[in-house]
Design a protein around this ligand. Structure first.
Ligand code: ZN
Length: 414
């Protein structure tokens, strides 16, 4: 018996190899900066075990061929499900079974290894997250807020989802009081969402709040909205913080952004898009409190061109910026949209390094996950290999050779 076991055993040399995967001879952008000279990266199990100038040996060895290794990209603002198609239980399960797997693969094919859904139907998005982490579905790491929370009849219920109340009831929570807000945040926290998303330009029917006319070229009707009153916004943020969840707030107006930051928001989705930033107090507050600003230029740049110079203003003020595309089904293509967002941020005046930080380590910080977004020993082995230097030209993100997720090669175009 002993002989047989020994005969069946793999060659002893394999046992001695310290790494499962080694990528040799690649330049590295580690999520903060370029490392000088070529490196060899060793992966053991799901983690990065070495980033070395000296050669490493592994069971799988990949020649980096002078290409560029960096952490997998992170998109902190996406919507996975399609409200224009999902209108009842049958269309919902059909969409989840037939469309979602293709969508998730698009992210990996473009080097995006983590995404954050900010406003999809709670039950379904949590089920998808569970399937992804169990490995029964292939795709990027999925972080979820579950439904977004807005005021009664607010955005996006009466605007984007206007014609589809069935979907809106699943993807948005409508509140008219601080107590309802708190209850809903605790309900989402009980279901173990990763963060909370509040919509400031949220409420129609709450008297006394400032008004805002919502307009969108894709939707014919303008909708008059009323901002969520401060006390309701604050109640939501406080409840989320009690549950140790970060809160990101959808804003488009300067006053709304000030209110959100004063109320304790950890992030601003879209930021200030419909008017120029004129209040220096806002910039100081955002920077000093470490609030993360997500410009979503992929959707807002065209619709509200002011959002482009505002991004530059925010960047010059030293505010933390995360890369989130606001991709949703039916416009562009998932994955590619994220790369376009990175290109738009560069076009808005950020340096390529700043944008790469926004799409890796800073996005990870916004997700409250120090194990991703950085290429260093001890971190999760989520990385991409590119044929060109993304610091030199952001469009080199399009020259993908490999995507490695959690130590596993999931895209190989060598
Ligand atoms: Zn969005």
């Amino acid at each position: 018996m002993m002989d047989r076991l020994e005969a069946d055993a793999p060659p002893p040399a394999d046992h001695d190899l310290p790494y499962d995967v080694v990528i040799r001879n690649a330049r590295v952008f580690d999520g903060r900066a370029e490392l000088p000279g070529p490196r060899n990266v060793g992966i053991r199990g799901h983690a990065i075990a070495a980033v070395s100038e000296t050669p490493l040996q592994g069971r799988i060895e990949i020649d980096g061929d002078g290409g560029w290794l960096m952490p997998g990209l992170i998109d902190t603002h996406i919507h996975l499900l399609d409200f224009s198609v999902v209108t009842d239980p049958d269309s919902l399960s059909d969409y989840v079974d037939n469309v979602i797997p293709l969508t998730l693969d698009r992210f990996l094919q473009n080097g995006i290894t983590s995404v954050k859904s900010v406003g999809d139907p709670t039950t379904e998005i949590l089920a998808l997250r569970a399937r992804l982490s169990a490995g029964s579905l292939r795709g990027p790491r999925l972080f979820v807020t579950g439904s977004s929370i807005t005021g009664r009849d607010g955005h996006p219920v009466s605007t984007v989802f206007g014609g589809n109340r069935w979907y809106a009831a699943r993807a948005v929570g409508e509140v008219d009081s601080a107590q309802m807000m708190r209850d809903l945040v605790h309900h989402l926290a009980d279901q173990r969402v990763d963060a909370i998303k509040l919509v400031s330009e949220g409420a129609c029917c709450i008297p006394g709040s400032p008004q805002y006319v919502w307009q969108n070229p894709v939707f014919p009707a303008a909708v008059e909205l009323v901002r969520l009153p401060r006390q309701i916004l604050r109640a939501g943020i406080e409840a989320a913080h009690e549950r140790r969840l970060r809160v990101t707030v959808h804003t488009v107006q300067q006053d709304a952004a000030i209110e959100a930051v004063e109320a304790g928001a950890d992030g601003l989705e879209h930021g200030i898009t419909v008017e120029p930033i004129t209040d220096p107090r806002l910039l100081d507050m955002i920077r000093d409190r470490g609030v993360v600003y997500t410009p979503t230029l992929w959707i807002k740049g065209e619709m509200h061109p002011t959002s482009i110079p505002n991004t530059r203003v925010v960047m010059d003020a030293g505010v933390r910026i995360a890369c989130g595309s606001d991709s949703f089904p039916g416009r562009g293509a998932f994955g590619e949209n994220t790369i376009e967002e990175a290109e738009l941020l560069v076009a808005a005046g950020m340096s390529t390094s700043q944008v790469l930080v926004a799409a890796t380590s800073e996005a990870a910080r916004h997700l409250d996950r120090s194990d991703i977004g950085t290429l260093a020993p001890g971190k999760s082995a989520d990385m991409i290999l590119l044929a060109g230097n993304p610091v030199e030209d952001i469009s080199n993100l399009r020259k993908l050779r490999l995507t490695i997720l959690n130590g596993e090669i999931v895209v190989d175009r060598r």
